[in-house]
Design a protein. Structure first.
Length: 423
């Protein structure tokens, strides 16, 4: 980031403005946002971390909240008083994302206290199956109500419950229950090797895949090998789209900054040597493979933490923050926002520039009412009303740094991602 700031660039950026709700063709430039304790969402640190996420061009946030069951064969799903994010913090994160111009997918998870993977949840008796699905419906509709009440744009009805997929009728009952509580688009997040086992894609709005596909058997593969692997995978995904005529989104995809991360991307707890290049290569291969695919509707990288100081060159976790891979996301998300198709209105230009103590905001064809400028800590440094014109100039000194603008159009807010300004 420091090297970028020294360049003191003045960027002209594009932002897509949508009329009304989510269009089926709006590409979801997203990140997963997660916490596994009851308090982190309800903090100033989380507010700042979300501002950083907005500053790299993120337009969608999948907010994660987890309930638990004792083991893979327990029928009772419950809130863990310590580990489950509390509602106050969850609502604060949703509202903060909206304030920063990002849309929200709420993505409730169920994990096992025993450490077993949720994909092994299964039962040997019909009564246990019915008891679990009853508990699950109570859990998932609780969050469907919360999502509806707080303007969440999209909802995920389930995540990687692979051993339950033969219970199609029960899952359709889950979907019907969610639709009775939530009016927006919904999806399910299938595991990378189980999406053909999902028989209810027709009842959903998107096909969701947690895309932790094994890429190669090499510790540090060349990027061409990673792209070749995606070329092997994509025809099967295209067949899935052609079968159900639903756009595919990667509800999760991610790579740790550790040597060999591409081989088994789902492994989160193994040790290894830091490998920032391999993480960058994996991110770049995804960008090159999926930037212009008509059946591909979006991506939610795994993951972004509530700690604004996350990541860095010595970190081996999934977050790309303060690592080279972050620049892949920034470049993709900032350049791709004008490429969405099928929207109710044509993409509109917003140009944000700063020179000699004067900030200029140019709008073309946008009936905006207000604009706010934030720094990357999430602090609002200025706010001004807009009266329907196309150009606004404000005399106000700003220090060299990274800023982004949130423009209000009616009740909706939109972020102009990543403006780097300076004298």
């Amino acid at each position: 980031m420091g090297a970028v700031l020294k360049m003191k660039l003045k960027l002209c950026l594009l932002i897509v403005f949508m009329a009304g709700g989510l269009s089926a063709q709006e590409f979801q430039h997203g990140f997963s946002y997660s916490a596994w304790w009851h308090t982190p969402y309800n903090t100033d640190a989380s507010d700042s971390s979300l501002a950083l996420l907005a500053s790299i061009g993120t337009q969608w946030v999948a907010v994660i909240v987890t309930w638990y069951q004792d083991n893979a064969h327990s029928t009772s799903i419950y809130r863990d008083a310590n580990r489950t994010p509390d509602d106050e913090g969850l609502i604060r994160a949703i509202n903060r994302a909206h304030e920063l111009g990002m849309s929200v997918m709420l993505k409730p998870h169920v994990d096992c206290q025993s450490g077993e993977w949720r994909g092994t949840i299964s039962f040997s008796s019909e009564s246990d199956w019915q008891a679990w699905f009853s508990s699950y419906i109570n859990f998932i509709t609780y969050y469907a109500d919360l999502a509806e009440a707080h303007g969440v744009e999209e909802f995920c009805v389930g995540v990687e419950y692979e051993a339950t997929m033969q219970r199609e009728a029960d899952w359709r009952r889950v979907i019907d229950s969610v639709r009775a509580h939530f009016s927006g688009p919904i999806t399910y997040a299938a595991n990378h090797d189980g999406y053909w086992n999902v028989r209810f894609w027709d009842a959903l709005d998107y096909i969701g895949i947690d895309a932790y596909f094994p890429m190669t058997n090499m510790m540090d593969p060349p990027i061409d090998s990673l792209i070749a692997r995606w070329d092997e995978i994509k025809p099967d995904l295209a067949n899935l789209y052609n079968t159900y005529h639903k756009q595919i989104i990667f509800t999760e995809i991610g790579y740790r900054s550790v040597d060999g991360a591409n081989m088994r991307p789902w492994e989160w707890g193994t040790s290894g040597n830091v490998d920032l290049q391999e993480q960058w290569d994996c991110y770049e291969a995804v960008r090159l493979s999926f930037s212009n695919v008509d059946w591909f509707g979006g991506i939610f990288w795994w993951y972004w933490k509530t700690d604004p100081n996350q990541g860095g060159p010595d970190d081996i976790d999934y977050t790309p923050h303060n690592k080279p891979a972050e620049n892949v996301v920034r470049n993709w998300y900032s350049s791709a926002v004008s490429e969405d198709q099928g929207t109710p209105r044509q993409p509109q230009k917003v140009i944000f520039s700063y020179r000699n103590g004067r900030l200029t905001l140019h709008l073309k064809g946008i009936e905006a009412t207000e604009a706010s400028v934030f720094d990357v800590s999430g602090r609002k440094v200025m706010q001004f009303e807009l009266s329907g014109g196309e150009s606004y100039t404000i005399d106000q000194s700003l220090k060299s740094g990274v800023y982004f603008v949130v423009v209000s159009v009616g009740a909706k807010r939109f972020t102009v991602p990543m403006a780097v300004i300076g004298e």
